[in-house]
Design a protein around this ligand. Structure first.
Ligand code: DGT
Ligand code: CA
Ligand code: CA
Length: 573
């Protein structure tokens, strides 16, 4: 079982206990454990199987450690099963309605026997809920609005898909004469893979004019709410956007607050308290006296910290690193010099080798690898040994036609379900660059997945593992991988790890990319371009790398071609 799956069980356990009125500290222990499992690279399953002590892990005491062992050994947790039989899933979902706590949810369940969100909605509309003791017309309204929110909340959008809209809106508002500063905040500014809604902040002498401009923007479908300082709108794409207009002296405080994450902000507020200060979205203050708030730098300085890049603000150690003066100098898009994963018309790409090379050169890249599919990917007309060798000869020709860019003869070679490579070693040996990937059989048990990855890592001709987990964000979970073992082996064998920059992959994710960096494994960020436009995805890979705390020196293709070649496995360079 994967850590995230175990984390979900703990979250569910906490929810169910909450409805039953359990002690808050117990709930918090489960929720903290869930969080720490999600950001841990060691596989709990592996640790249990190796008989290692779990109580040394952050947030895991004796009781939780025992539960983890039970979950790993049996795949379930008896206590959870028992609770599930007592509290239906629909009742748990009611907790997500803002303003509806566990006590009232329990009441709806026990007194009206409501067990689904649909039934809750019907009861609210039918007036049954307002008759309940402690509920009224206002609560009923709140429930109906909350149900509406939940219906939308399941919808997260790829950051990349939202970027053009956000940039357009920020630009439009920024062009208004009355607007001084404007920026995106929230998860968009933190460059999360997906965003739930968009957040935009502006400072202006004329609040109404800013809101009118937003309401009249071509991308805006509907104004959902409007007040003195905030406005919520829905864009035509379906996503909602919160606009807040603040005074100039609050801009930094508001940016800090609305950029989040919530977890990061909680620690910042605690630091403020320790210094006798308070922080809110308007300012940092002491005894009602303004201390700071004009810039984010000022806000961080007030709590004794340097500016922390938004991509790192997840409370995953960035505050401690900032405190020690050890924040990384994060990778920039302009550092990228090569792109080492792309397709051509030989398989499922839309452009020729030459077109890809010219387009890459036009974008300022100094080297690329052409990496079409191997034969197992029949859907994409994957290459067998003969076609691949002929393809490489074509690449050789283009090399002599296009100057100013190095072109590597590569292959994206499948690691087959039976843990063999899709092409024989003598073919792989002729390549300049071999990406090994899992495409099929992603649901195989962990042992087999690990065996497959080990086969690739131990193969002397494999350069890098491409999109290691195989996940498609929001659509398909990644394979069940013992990342610690795989990363260790990759380091030992000199195999690199890819961050696939495609908006729907971003794989490695930021947690595992950080773990790879810690082990000293060179990371490669590549676009997997299937057309000349595909090169534009590089920025999203760079965002992911920044979230992982990577610097230019950690990324193999942020180096010059000469330097890059030195990092290739011996016998390759
Ligand atoms: P999203 O929209 O789900 O992708 O994630 P965010 O992080 O953009 O969340 P959102 O839009 O609900 O709120 C934007 C930021 O505002 C959030 O990152 C932190 C801050 N914020 C919002 N609500 C609260 C809150 O109740 N407490 C604290 N401390 N901060 C909040
Ligand atoms: Ca947001
Ligand atoms: Ca928001």
């Amino acid at each position: 079982m994967q850590n995230v799956e175990i984390a979900q069980l703990f979250e569910e356990l906490a929810d169910l206990l909450e409805i039953q009125g359990a002690n808050v500290f117990r709930l918090r222990a489960y929720r903290n454990a869930a969080r720490s499992l999600e950001s841990m690279t060691a596989s709990i399953t592996d640790l249990v199987e190796q008989g290692q002590s779990l109580t040394e892990l952050p947030g895991i005491g004796k009781d939780l450690a025992e539960k983890l062992v039970t979950i790993v050994q049996t795949g379930e947790l008896p206590q959870l099963n028992e609770l599930r039989s007592e509290v239906p899933a629909g009742v748990v979902q009611m907790l997500r309605i803002p303003g509806l706590g566990p006590k009232r949810v329990a009441q709806l369940f026990k007194e009206l026997n409501l067990t689904t969100l649909e039934a809750l909605k019907a009861a609210a509309e039918g007036g049954e809920i307002s008759k309940l003791k402690g509920f009224g017309a206002k609560t009923t309204q709140m429930i109906l609005e909350g149900l509406e929110l939940i219906a939308q909340a399941g919808n997260r959008y790829y950051l990349a898909d939202m970027q053009p809209s956000v940039e357009d809106i920020v630009k439009t508002l920024g062009a208004l004469p009355c607007v001084e500063q404007v920026s995106a905040a929230g998860s968009f500014r933190r460059r999360k893979e997906t965003v739930g809604d968009l957040d935009v902040l502006a400072t202006s002498t004329d609040h109404a004019a800013v809101m009118d401009a937003l309401a009249g923007h071509a991308l805006v479908e509907k104004v959902l709410a409007r007040g003195e300082t905030k406005q919520r709108v829905r864009l035509r794409s379906g996503i909602e956007l919160d606009l807040r207009v603040v005074p100039n002296e609050s801009y930094g405080a508001a940016m800090q607050y609305f950029t989040g994450s919530k977890e990061h902000n909680i620690v910042i507020r605690r630091r403020a308290q320790e210094r006798g200060l308070k922080v809110n979205e308007y300012r940092v203050f002491r005894d009602e006296q303004y201390v700071a708030g004009r810039t984010e730098e000022d806000v961080y300085a007030a709590v004794g910290l340097p500016f922390i890049p938004p991509e790192l603000r997840e409370n995953r150690g960035e505050i401690e690193r900032a405190e020690r003066g050890e924040l990384p100098k994060l990778l920039e898009l302009s550092d990228m010099q090569g792109d080492l994963h792309m397709h051509t018309t030989a398989t499922d790409g839309t452009a020729s080798i030459r077109e890809m090379a010219e387009a890459a050169k036009a974008r300022g890249l100094k080297y690329i690898a052409i990496t079409d599919h191997s034969k197992r990917v029949t859907m994409a007309n994957g290459l067998d040994a003969d076609r691949l060798r002929a393809h490489w000869r074509e690449i050789d020709k283009v090399r002599s036609q296009v100057s100013g860019i190095e072109i590597l003869c590569g292959i994206e070679c499948d690691i087959l379900e039976d843990a063999t490579m899709d092409l024989p070693d003598d073919v792989l040996a002729e390549a300049d660059w071999v990406i090994a990937v899992l495409h099929y059989g992603l649901k195989q048990p962990r042992e087999q997945i690990n065996k497959r990855l080990m086969t690739a890592i131990q193969n002397p001709y494999v350069s890098v593992i491409g999109h290691p987990s195989g996940r498609i964000i929001g659509k398909r979970p990644g394979a069940d991988i013992s990342f610690d073992d795989i990363l260790k082996a990759a380091f030992d064998h000199g195999v690199m790890m890819e961050i696939n920059a495609h908006r729907s992959r971003l794989d490695l994710d930021e947690v595992h990319a950080a773990a790879a960096k810690d082990r000293g494994i060179p990371i490669v960020i590549s676009t997997d371009a299937h057309s000349v436009h595909g090169f534009d995805e590089m920025q999203f890979g760079v965002f992911q790398a920044r979230r992982a705390g990577l610097e230019a020196q950690d990324v193999a293709n942020a180096q010059s071609f000469e330097q890059f070649k030195k990092r290739l496995r011996r016998g390759r360079a």
